[in-house]
Design a protein around this ligand. Structure first.
Ligand code: IYR
Length: 230
């Protein structure tokens, strides 16, 4: 069926799409204010234990799930953990891996690079933050007969979803940290995930502890990271 609101392409329904657009002046203002707001985001390692309603976490995950993905396969699962026993188990296992990493797996140069960030093997935020969101990537899905079907551009898709999740957390006035204890297999075990899911990123979510200090980092200037071809 063809109408003003929908059309048919290759046997699939396409619906009309409308997006508000802006004048040149508004465009400049909006893009600048978005940048200034996003530039206030910082990775925070010290959290308040103040509770956050589950509904907020649901909205954050729904925001992340609006990300584009290869062939719209949405190759992700979000595990949101507030259960204190699970958080304690996750902290314990993460610290075992981190201890091994800091003592034996990471190069001296890598540890030197991390010095300004003041990280170490201790991860109290895994118990203090009210929620942990663990993002799992699905390299393949199963159909109803149990056959495997590979997903497409899985790392790209899930990376974009995580970026949007981090922005949604910032928008809510909350903070997070991209935590990647390596290897992360223990997370699939603790959370009893199916065989097609691999942990990709762990994001503690909460209010920052007051006071909170972050390293005095500078972001690259535009001309250090951009080349225009006009
Ligand atoms: N995963 C470790 C080490 C670490 C690595 C990088 I690259 C960082 O930017 C920060 C930390 C940890 O979480 O401490």
């Amino acid at each position: 069926m063809e109408s003003l609101n929908e059309t048919n392409i290759n046997g699939h329904r396409h619906v009309s799409y409308h997006l508000d657009t802006f004048s040149k002046k508004e465009l400049i203002q909006k893009s600048e204010s978005f940048y200034k707001w996003l530039d206030k985001r910082r990775s925070v390692r010290e959290f308040s234990d103040q509770d956050i309603p589950k509904e907020v976490i649901e909205n954050l995950i729904k925001s992340a799930s609006t990300a584009p993905s290869g062939a719209h396969k949405q190759p992700w699962t979000f595990c949101a953990v507030s259960n204190p026993l699970l958080k304690t188990r996750i902290r314990k296992e993460a610290e075992i891996e981190e201890k091994e990493s800091y003592e034996n797996r990471m190069s001296e140069r890598w540890k030197k690079d991390l010095e300004p960030l003041a990280t170490d093997m201790h991860k109290p935020f895994l118990e203090v933050a009210p929620w942990l969101i663990i993002v799992f990537k699905k390299a393949y899905d199963f159909d109803k007969d149990g056959n495997k079907h590979n997903n497409y551009y899985v790392n790209e898709s899930i990376g974009i979803a995580c970026g949007m999740l981090i922005s949604a957390i910032h928008n809510a006035g909350l903070v997070t940290l991209t935590h990647t204890p390596s290897p992360m297999n223990f997370l699939a075990k603790i959370l009893d995930r199916p065989s097609n899911e691999r942990a990709f990123l762990l994001l503690p979510v909460g209010y920052p502890k007051i006071p909170t200090f972050v390293p005095d980092l500078k972001r690259k200037e535009l001309d250090e990271m951009t080349t225009f071809y006009e």
